[in-house]
Design a protein around this ligand. Structure first.
Ligand code: FES
Length: 145
């Protein structure tokens, strides 16, 4: 696919997640709750995770932010739901590498996450894209304590 078409496709995927967020809301009862914000703009995410038997059974988010941060949160919840904790953390590592413009393991099924690939060219937006992922990592590390 020509790169312009690919950029256009990626933009469409990002805007779809922004306008029709997956897993929006909050899990009640016994869920891990993580609140994080992006200090540079004040945008915030409220993430709830249900982790049992080493598996992310459910993930939901709420918050306010730019299209990149909210689309990334939607994609993250979609990607980690039903995954083992180690797989969720592995995806997060791959996502960080992608954002830093480094080589990453593309043998994993990244699904819609791939659409955020271009963010690495805009350093100011990297924190927008990684906000939800950092929240997920924090939640899992609290669960493991
Ligand atoms: Fe605030 Fe992107 S501008 S998270």
């Amino acid at each position: 696919m020509a790169s312009n078409n690919l950029d256009q496709l990626y933009r469409t995927v990002i805007m779809d997640h922004y306008k029709n967020p997956r897993n929006k809301g909050s899990i009640e009862d016994g869920a891990l709750t993580i609140d994080m914000n992006n200090p540079t703009c004040g945008d915030r995410i409220h993430l709830t995770l249900q982790v049992t038997d080493g598996v992310v059974q459910n993930a939901k988010f709420d918050g306010e932010g730019c299209s990149i941060s909210m689309a990334s949160a939607s994609m993250m919840t979609q990607a980690v739901k039903g995954k083992k904790v180690e797989e969720a953390l592995q995806l997060s590592t791959v996502f960080s590498e992608m954002m830093l413009g480094q080589e990453y393991d593309d043998s994993l099924d990244l699904g819609d996450i791939e659409a955020l690939n271009g963010v690495s060219k805009f350093p100011a937006r990297i924190k927008c894209a990684t906000l939800a992922w950092k929240a997920m990592e924090k939640g899992i590390s609290e669960e493991e304590k």
